[in-house]
Design a protein around this ligand. Structure first.
Ligand code: KIV
Length: 303
C-alpha cells in the first residue's frame, strides 16, 4: 500500500503552477505567442505526475519505453496493449499536460483503417488526447484528423525506421533530404497534424521548418529554434545505462542517487538497522496486558 491520491479540490500543483489544461489548440497558441513548449516522455504514474506537477506542457508516453522501461534493444518490440497499459497509468496522473500516446511499430504501418482503429483505442481505452506517429504518413494523419483524433507527427530520425536507416543517424544532412523533410513537415501540417516532432536533424534545417510550419515543432536533437523541446525522462535523469547522446542534457543523476539509497537500505537490513522501533507498530498497553494474561491463563489450564 502507498498513498498516491490527489488532495481534494487542489487547483494548483505543489510547485504553484495553476492547472489550466494544455490542449492541442493551446500548443498552437503558444507557438503564436513565441512561448516555448516543454515536453517530456513518461511511462508510469509517479514519473508523469512529477512531470505534470513540474509544469511540463506535453507528456509523451513514448515507445522509447520499450528500451528504457522494458529493456528491449530498440523500440520495435513494444505492443499496442503494452502502450495502452502505460498510457492509462500516465492518464491517471496527469491533470494539466497534454497526454500524447506513441503508436508502436506495426500499429499503423498497414492500412489506414488499421491505423485508425488502433489510434481510437488510445483515445477510448487509455484516455490519450493525441497520438504520435512516425514518418510522412499524410493519408493516415488526414484520416485521424477527420476522426477527431489529434495527431503529432514525427520526422527526421524516426527510431521505428532503424533497420531502413541502418542505425540511429542524423537525418536531412544534404540539401535534397533537407528539402524533402521540409516538404514532409508541411504536408503533415496540411493534413491536420497538431505538432511535429523533429528528431536528429541539423539545427539549421529544424529552424527553417519551424519558421515555415503553421504548427509547433518539438525538437529532440534538432537545435534550440524549435517551438518546443522534448527529452526522454530517463536521459534527463541519468536512468540509462549507456553514454548519453550529444543532444541530451543530464539535469540530475538519479541513477547514482537511487543505487546508493538502495545500497544503504540493503546494508541497514543486513545490520538489522531497519526498521527501528519508531518505524514499528506497537500493541497498545491494555492489549499487551490482556494478551499476557490470556497466555498465562492458557498455560495454567494446560498445567
Ligand atoms: O518514444 C519517444 O521517446 C519519442 C521521443 C524521443 C520523441 O518518440
Amino acid at each position: 500500500m502507498s498513498v498516491t491520491n490527489f488532495p481534494a479540490g487542489a487547483g494548483s500543483a505543489p510547485t504553484g503552477i495553476p492547472i489550466t489544461k494544455v490542449t492541442v489548440p493551446a500548443l498552437a497558441e503558444m507557438k503564436r505567442q513565441g512561448k516555448p513548449i516543454s515536453a517530456l516522455t513518461a511511462y508510469d504514474y509517479s514519473s508523469s505526475r512529477l512531470a505534470d506537477e513540474a509544469g511540463i506542457d506535453l507528456v509523451l508516453v513514448g515507445d522509447s519505453l520499450a528500451m528504457v522501461v522494458l529493456g528491449h534493444e530498440n523500440t520495435m518490440a513494444v505492443t499496442v496493449d503494452e502502450m495502452l497499459h502505460h498510457t492509462r497509468a500516465v492518464r491517471r496522473a496527469v491533470r494539466r499536460a497534454l497526454v500524447v500516446a506513441d503508436m508502436p511499430f506495426g500499429s499503423y504501418h498497414g492500412t489506414v483503417a488499421e491505423g485508425l482503429a488502433n489510434a481510437v483505442r488510445f483515445i477510448k481505452e487509455a484516455g490519450a488526447e493525441a497520438v504520435k506517429i512516425e514518418g510522412p504518413r499524410v493519408e493516415l494523419v488526414r484520416a485521424l484528423t477527420d476522426a477527431e483524433i489529434p495527431v503529432v507527427g514525427h520526422l527526421g530520425l524516426t527510431p521505428q525506421s532503424l533497420h531502413r536507416m541502418g542505425g540511429y543517424r542524423v537525418q536531412a544532412r544534404t540539401a535534397d533530404t533537407a528539402l524533402r523533410l521540409k516538404d514532409d513537415a508541411l504536408a503533415l501540417a496540411d493534413a491536420g497534424a497538431g505538432a511535429v516532432v523533429l528528431e536528429g536533424v541539423p539545427r539549421e534545417v529544424a529552424a527553417e521548418i519551424t519558421a515555415e510550419l503553421p504548427v509547433p515543432t518539438i525538437g529532440i536533437g534538432a537545435g534550440p529554434e524549435c517551438d518546443g523541446q522534448i527529452l526522454v525522462f530517463h536521459d534527463l535523469l541519468n536512468l540509462t545505462f549507456a553514454p548519453a547522446a550529444k543532444f541530451v542534457r543530464r539535469y540530475a543523476d538519479a541513477g547514482t542517487l537511487i543505487r546508493s539509497a538502495i545500497e544503504h537500505y540493503r546494508q541497514d537490513v543486513e545490520h538489522r538497522a531497519f526498521p527501528s522501533d519508531e518505524e514499528s507498530y506497537h500493541l497498545p498497553e491494555a492489549a499487551r496486558k490482556s494478551m499476557a494474561a490470556a497466555q498465562k491463563a492458557g498455560m495454567l489450564r494446560k498445567a
